[in-house]
Design a binder for this molecule. Structure first.
Ligand SMILES: [Zn+2]
Length: 222
């Protein structure tokens, strides 16, 4: 993966449907003076986007009330958590559809690692453009790269989510799939509806038994 050419990684990531919606939002905002890396019972690697640049150029402050769960739908062998985090860090994931010009989220998780890209008190651009999903939620992307263990990724994500819930006093009712948010696209005002994400936890495009099982997995860590 270290040797994968950037162009190839970009093509892989850009081709993934999981992220290609992003959002808008972002009133003005002063970058925070003290980037805050969340401490968790599971190891988190700090890989914050440089303060004031790329996806943190004009992010708004946030008091998180929700946690939004995604999956990348990037199936390339190199599309792991580290690769996604490094892309965000160097401004490699741009978007013409939101006001920020970049896609961003807080945590990338795979079967052996977690990378943090944004402080949990800054808005991301991962869910619903100018909607509540971006203004009020912490975004977690689960990786789906080839060879990555889905069950280990889910377990790691459940543990991280439980820790975030405790830290920010967020109830399980506010842990939602990306599908929860209605997406009104910033660039043209078009209603894109609800995205089937994380697709492998949805049932016919909606939360069902698989999503409930994941919530139960989170609860087991509370
Ligand atoms: Zn998503």
């Amino acid at each position: 993966m270290k040797n994968t050419p950037l162009a190839l990684i970009l093509a892989t990531v850009t081709a993934g449907a999981g992220l290609l919606l992003s959002c808008g939002s972002s009133p003005t905002a002063t970058p925070f003076s003290t980037p805050k890396v969340f401490r968790s019972s599971v190891k988190i690697t700090e890989a914050l986007i440089p303060e004031g640049r790329y996806g943190r150029a004009k992010n708004g402050r946030m008091s998180p009330r929700y946690i939004t769960i995604h999956s990348t739908q990037n199936y390339g062998g190199g599309a792991d958590a580290r690769t996604h985090a490094r892309l965000l860090q160097r401004g490699g994931l741009t978007s013409k559809n939101n006001s920020l010009g970049y896609l961003t989220w807080h945590f990338s998780v795979d079967d052996h690692s977690i990378y943090q890209s944004l402080p949990t008190n800054e808005q991301g651009q991962h869910a619903d453009y100018d909607g509540t999903g971006n203004r009020k939620s912490i975004g977690i992307e689960m990786c789906e790269n080839r060879g990555n263990s889905r069950s280990a990724t889910l377990d790691r994500t459940a543990r991280l989510t439980a820790d975030l819930m405790r830290h920010h006093n967020i109830p399980i009712s506010n842990v939602v799939p990306h599908q929860h948010w209605e997406r009104i696209r910033y660039s043209d005002g078009r209603n894109l509806g609800h995205k089937n994400c994380p697709n492998f936890l949805m049932t016919n495009g909606k939360p069902g038994a698989k999503w409930q099982a994941f919530l139960n997995q989170i609860k087991s860590h509370l």
